[in-house]
Design a protein around this ligand. Structure first.
Ligand SMILES: Cc1cc2nc3c(=O)[nH]c(=O)nc-3n(C[C@H](O)[C@H](O)[C@H](O)COP(=O)(O)O)c2cc1C
Ligand SMILES: C=C(O[C@@H]1CC(C(=O)O)=C[C@@H](OP(=O)(O)O)[C@H]1O)C(=O)O
Length: 388
């Protein structure tokens, strides 16, 4: 399975093409719309989310609620486009028109300046339109399709927010993946502890009031994953590596860790390694899950536990110093309408990209032509791995 996304933030619509899905996977627009809605919610978002109400149109690859095995095309309209039609027109426009909403003052921390230099743009809007996290809409749409496939194979995905602006929540102990999802779903910041949620909201409000922004840490957990997805045999076949890339590719993400993660540097091997046990019912499991479900770049059957850190949003209402590319003089960076915190939204994106990588790997390993065959293959293999 592979996919592409396309579309500018204020263009007419966003598109995704997914190729390599099995035939016969149940899929409806509603499956995707509920994930799109989850991404749009979350405390700390700016004015754009009041305009958009993301809804997918499936324009290929699905018939009567089931995939056909042909490429699936997903389209989401940008409602804001009606306010940007001349600015974003694909047709040539007059010199005067070209100057409308032109950006010459790059924002520190956004892609504006480097993208402008790289592609030789006179108007930095050409960069921000595609570098905008509006693109993550389609990664969530694709993630929704991946989640549907995983769900049908009894693989559950949940995400929650661990930290916002220095306020840290508790890590779930003894909660199932489904319970984590249900608890996070009730919170405006996707945090599991209601007291911590209030603190996080306060930090976001404070940042907004001061024209500032805050980042945070999200965690994604995938339970019920078969043993042996990914491979140690070649560096780029390692699934933890692929997931790390997917998470680090989310706009504003600066770091990724699995299981105990960076804490492993401070702990002895006797504490870090997860001891192996066996039972007839569960087969091989571990006494704990410090390694976040991975050994040798392969899933070991324990839940995948991956965290990503998001930097604060770069666009500040109290803008930072920058340089105008026309005059080379110091200037305050352009103020675009902006979020003050998008960590809860980014958590849903992280769920989507992790689900996508796991689904891709399942389709690498098992018969991916028909969903029925895939299901049977996975069931056989689970049995084999249990009795190995
Ligand atoms: C869901 C989400 C919403 C975001 N909203 C904004 C925003 O409103 N304003 C902004 O400047 N950056 C926002 N960002 C971050 C920028 O897109 C990101 O910092 C930029 O593309 C530069 O990429 P980099 O931070 O990965 O280097 C958002 C990121 C995510 C994941
Ligand atoms: C549109 C979305 O996020 C946008 C991501 C974003 C950025 O610079 O990354 C900037 C803002 O867009 P605008 O400039 O239109 O207000 C956010 O609203 C979205 O998440 O759907």
């Amino acid at each position: 399975m592979r996919f592409f996304t396309a579309g500018e933030s204020h263009g007419p619509e966003l598109t995704a093409i997914i190729e390599g899905l099995p035939a016969g996977l149940p899929l409806t627009a509603e499956d995707i719309n509920q994930e799109l809605e989850r991404r749009q919610k979350g405390y700390g978002r700016g004015g754009r989310m009041l305009i958009e109400k993301d809804q997918v149109r499936i324009t290929s690859g699905v018939r009567h609620g089931e995939t056909l095995g042909s490429p699936v095309t997903l389209v989401v309209e940008n409602k804001d486009w009606k306010n940007w039609q001349s600015v974003m027109s694909p047709e040539p426009v007059s010199e005067k028109e070209k100057l409308k909403r032109r950006v010459s003052k790059p924002r520190p921390g956004h892609a504006d300046l480097v993208g402008g230099i790289k592609y030789g743009f006179d108007d930095l809007r050409n960069v921000l339109e595609r570098s905008s996290a509006r693109e993550t809409t389609m990664r969530v749409a694709i993630g929704a399709v991946a989640k549907k496939l995983l769900q049908e194979l009894d693989i559950d995905v949940a995400g929650h927010v661990i930290e916002i602006g220095g306020i840290r929540g508790t890590l779930p102990s003894k909660l199932t993946v489904k319970e984590i999802h249900e608890k996070a779903e009730k919170s405006e910041v996707r945090c599991l502890d209601p007291k911590v949620e209030e603190e996080m909201k306060r930090v976001i409000d404070e940042a907004k009031l001061n024209g500032n922004t805050v980042g945070g840490i999200v965690e994604v957990i995938v339970g019920g994953v078969p043993v042996g997805l990914g491979s140690y045999t070649q560096w780029d076949n390692k699934l933890d590596g692929k997931i790390a890339q997917a998470v680090a590719s989310i706009n504003a993400f600066k770091g990724v860790e699995f299981g105990v993660g960076f804490e492993a540097a401070r702990l002895p091997g006797s504490v870090v390694m997860d001891e192996i046990i066996w039972s007839e019912e569960l087969g091989y499991t571990r006494t704990q899950n410090n390694l976040g479900g991975f050994e040798g770049g392969m899933t070991n059957g324990m839940p995948i536990v991956v965290r990503g850190v998001m930097k604060p949003i770069p666009t500040l209402y109290k803008p930072l110093m920058s340089v105008d590319i026309d005059t080379k003089k110091e200037y305050k960076a352009s103020i675009e309408r902006s979020d003050s915190c998008a960590v809860p939204a980014a958590c849903v994106v992280a769920e989507g990209v992790v689900a996508t990588e796991v689904a891709k790997e399942l389709l690498n390993k098992f018969d991916g032509d028909s969903f029925e065959r895939l299901k049977a293959d996975v069931a056989d293999y689970r049995n084999y791995a249990r009795m190995f």
